[in-house]
Ligand binder design. Structure first.
Ligand code: 5GP
Length: 195
């Protein structure tokens, strides 16, 4: 169990191309680490078949999203592949005040916005072992139409180029267990203590 102070009030941004395994990694890191709050974003994207309201995302209409954005409810927000995504500010602040580490699974545009508010945010980018593996994973996931999947794959190379410039930590998800451990190590700056 992690009783150390290394996670205290820390923001950890996890980005990476669609299908790279970010959600699985973040979920496992949060499950295995004490005092971690995985932020749940608000989105206008329709839910996938196994996705649940309030668990994967808060699924809302475009009007609702824009209203929240107008009221300044988001720490950051961005349009990604034609849909709007935003991080609820109050939940993040609450978790930080409780001394928890906050994991934000967001894209590069959002990461840059968060960095301006929280310059100490730790930035992790998850990479696929190869473009071919990424395409296979995206196809296997089957959540996107062919056209949407191609859009996501096309966006991946731009994101990866940006990552090399902005992110302090690059983690290759070749072996899931290894990638989870690496992210945990980054959060704890070397001291992993599991729940
Ligand atoms: P997906 O539709 O596959 O769940 O997410 C698409 C992209 O949007 C991913 O790169 C994901 O990290 C990003 N994303 C998810 N939530 C947020 C958010 O709250 N803000 C930003 N900027 N990007 C997000």
């Amino acid at each position: 169990m992690d009783k150390s102070n290394t996670t205290k009030g820390k923001i950890v941004i996890v980005s990476g191309p669609s299908g790279v395994g970010k959600s699985t990694i973040c979920r496992e890191v949060a499950r295995r680490t004490e005092n971690v709050y995985p932020s749940v974003s608000v989105t206008t994207r329709p839910p996938g078949k196994d996705e649940k309201q309030g668990k994967n995302y808060w699924f809302v209409s475009k009007e609702d999203f824009q209203q929240r954005a107008g009221k300044g409810e988001f720490l950051e927000h961005a349009e990604v592949f034609g849909h709007l995504y935003g991080t609820p500010k109050d939940k993040v602040e609450q978790a930080l005040n409780q001394g928890r580490a906050v994991i934000l699974e967001i894209d590069v545009q959002g990461a840059k916005q968060v960095k301006t508010v929280y310059p100490d945010a730790v930035m992790v980018f998850i990479l696929p072992p190869s473009a071919r593996v990424l395409a296979e994973r995206l196809g296997r996931r089957g959540r996107d139409s062919r056209c949407a999947a191609e859009k996501r794959l096309g966006g991946a190379s731009d994101e990866i180029a940006a990552a090399r410039q902005y992110y302090q930590h690059l983690v290759i998800n070749e072996n899931l267990e290894q990638a989870i451990k690496e992210v945990m190590q980054i959060i704890h700056k070397g001291s992993i203590e599991e729940k």
